[in-house]
Design a protein around this ligand. Structure first.
Ligand code: ARG
Length: 460
C-alpha cells in the first residue's frame, strides 16, 4: 500500500514493488523514524499548523506504535514500501484523521535523511563504546607485559627488541585515532535536516530550531537541497569504519602469525578457536581470520556508497536508497569484529618465555653491538661492517651474538671488551631505548598513564 495513490490509475506491478521497496531493510530505522515523527508532530502543534488535540493524538499514537514494535505485538507489513509509509499508515489506522496530518510540511526525503542521521549517530555512540572496550583490553595486556621482551619486526624479519606492551601500544594508538575519526564524523553530521521538505523547504511556518533541539542536534541544516541529498556523513563514517577494519585486520594477521605452530607467541582460548573436521590436532584462529577477512566487505561497503553517490544530480534521487544496506552492513560488521576481537584478546595467553627465546635468536641486538663500538669512537659505518662479520660467524656456528667468545669479539675489533655482553643483553637493549616513544619500561609507563587518562575521559 503506497502513500501516493492519487494520480495513479493502476497498482504497481508486484515485481516493481519488490524492486522498489526498502521496508525489508529500513525497518530497522523504526525507532528513529518514530522519534522524528514525534518531534515533527509536536512542532506542528506548537506552531498552530495542526490543532493541539491532533498533535497530542499523534504523539500518543506514535509512542504506542513504538512500544508495540518493540514488544513484538506489531509486525512490519510487507505491503508497505518503506518504514515511513508503514508508520504513517499504522498511525492513521489507529488515530484516524490526525494521523493523516502528520506529514504536513514534510517529505520522505527529509524524513529519511533525518532517520539515517539519527541511526548513524546512535551507532557511532555504540561503536565508540566498543572501541573504548577494546582499548581497555589492550591497556590491560600492556600493563601486564611491560617486561615481556619480543622481537620487533620489519619485513617480517626480526629487527630490534621491543616489548609486547610497546607492540600493542601501536594498536592502542590506531584504535584511539579511529575513535577520534568517528567523533569527528559525529560532530559534523549533527545538523538536523528535518524541515527541508522534498528539496525546497516549505511554506508552513515550521520551527526547525525546535525540532533540531528536540532530536539532540546542534542546529538545523542550512540548505534544504543539501539537507536531502547529503550522504557525506555516511561516506565519512564508512571511511572511518574501513580504517577500523584495516586496523583490526592487521592486528588479527599478527595474532594469526603469533598463534602459528612456528611462532607460538600466543595461545588462543578454546572458546575463541575452532577445530578441523578432519585433522584432530587442529586449533584454528578462525575469529582472527574472519575479522581479517571481513575487512574486505567493509571496504566494499564504502566503495559501494561512494560509487552510488558519484554523479547524482541534486537533490534526492532514489539511488540514495542504496545507501542503507552498505551502511548497515559496515556498521554491523565492524561492531561484531570489535567485540569478538576484544574477547579473543582478553582471553588469550601471551607466552613470555617463547617471545623472549625468539628475541634471543635472530640477532636483534646487532644494532646495539654496533652502537657499543660507536660510543667507543668507531665510525658507525665501520661498526656496522664489524658486527656484520660477527653475525655471519655466529650464524655459521648456530649461536646467538652473546654466545660468541670474548676472543671472537676482540678478533673482529680490539675495541670490544667484557662489557659487550651486558650491553647486548635483551634487557639492556630494551631498557636503553629511552627516546620519546621508545619501548623502555620507563617510557611505556608514561605512555600507559597517558592512555589511562585518555580512556578515563573517553577521549582515547
Ligand atoms: N526509501 C527511501 C530511501 O531510502 C525513502 C525516501 C523516498 N523518497 C522518495 N522520494 N521516493 O531513500
Amino acid at each position: 500500500m503506497a502513500l501516493w495513490g492519487g494520480r495513479f490509475t493502476k497498482d504497481t506491478d508486484a515485481s516493481v514493488h519488490r524492486f522498489n521497496e526498502s521496508l525489508s531493510f529500513d525497518c530497522r530505522l523504526y525507532r528513529q523514524d518514530i522519534m522524528g515523527s514525534i518531534a515533527h508532530g509536536k512542532m506542528l502543534g506548537r506552531q498552530g499548523i495542526v490543532s493541539v488535540e491532533d498533535a497530542d493524538a499523534m504523539a500518543v499514537g506514535l509512542e504506542g506504535i513504538l512500544s508495540d514494535i518493540e514488544s513484538g505485538v506489531l509486525e512490519f507489513d510487507a505491503q508497505y514500501e518503506d518504514i515511513h509509509s508503514f508508520v504513517e499508515a499504522v498511525l492513521t489506522e489507529r488515530i484516524g484523521e490526525a494521523g493523516k496530518r502528520l506529514h504536513t510540511g514534510r517529505s520522505r526525503n527529509d524524513q529519511v535523511a533525518l532517520d539515517m542521521k539519527l541511526y548513524v549517530r546512535d551507532e557511532i555512540d555504540a561503536l565508540d563504546g566498543l572501541l573504548g572496550a577494546l582499548l581497555g583490553v589492550l591497556l590491560e595486556i600492556m600493563e601486564a607485559h611491560l617486561d615481556t621482551y619480543m622481537p620487533g619486526f620489519t619485513h617480517l624479519q626480526k629487527a630490534q627488541p621491543v616489548t609486547l606492551a610497546h607492540h600493542l601500544g601501536a594498536y592502542f594508538e590506531m584504535f584511539a585515532r579511529d575513535r577520534g575519526r568517528l567523533a569527528d564524523a559525529r560532530r559534523r553530521l549533527n545538523e538536523c535536516p528535518l524541515g527541508a521538505g522534498a528539496l525546497a523547504g516549505t511554506t508552513y511556518p515550521l520551527d526547525r530550531e525546535y525540532t533540531a533541539r528536540e532530536l539532540g542536534f546542534d542546529r538545523p541544516t542550512r540548505n534544504s537541497m543539501d539537507s536531502v541529498s547529503d550522504r557525506d556523513y555516511l561516506a565519512e563514517t564508512l571511511s572511518a569504519l574501513a580504517i577500523v577494519a584495516m586496523h583490526l585486520s592487521r592486528l588479527c594477521e599478527e595474532v594469526i602469525i603469533w598463534n602459528s605452530n612456528e611462532y607460538r607467541f600466543i595461545e588462543l582460548d578454546d572458546a575463541y578457536s575452532t577445530g578441523s573436521s578432519i585433522m584432530p590436532q587442529k586449533k584454528n584462529p578462525d575469529i582472527a581470520e574472519l575479522a581479517r577477512g571481513k575487512c574486505g566487505r567493509v571496504y566494499g561497503d564504502l566503495v559501494s556508497l561512494l560509487v552510488t553517490m558519484k554523479g547524482l544530480p541534486l537533490a534526492y534521487d532514489k539511488d540514495m536508497q542504496e545507501d542503507k544496506e552498505p551502511a548497515f552492513d559496515a556498521i554491523d560488521t565492524v561492531k561484531d569484529c570489535l567485540s569478538l576481537v576484544a574477547g579473543m584478546l582478553s582471553t588469550a595467553v601471551f607466552r613470555k618465555d617463547v617471545m623472549a627465546r625468539s628475541a634471543k635468536q635472530g640477532f636483534i641486538n646487532a644494532t646495539d653491538a654496533a652502537d657499543y663500538l660507536v660510543v667507543r669512537g668507531v665510525p658507525f659505518r665501520d661498526a656496522h661492517g664489524i658486527v656484520g662479520s660477527l653475525v655471519l660467524l655466529a650464524e655459521r656456528r648456530g649461536v646467538a651474538l652473546d654466545e660468541l667468545s670474548p676472543e671472537d669479539f676482540r678478533a673482529a675489533s680490539p675495541v670490544f671488551d667484557g662489557g659487550i655482553y651486558d650491553a647486548i643483553s635483551l634487557k639492556t637493549c630494551v631498557e636503553k631505548r629511552l627516546s620519546a616513544g621508545a619501548p623502555a619500561r620507563a617510557r611505556m609507563e608514561e605512555a600507559i598513564e597517558a592512555y589511562r587518562g585518555m580512556l578515563g575521559q573517553g577521549k582515547a
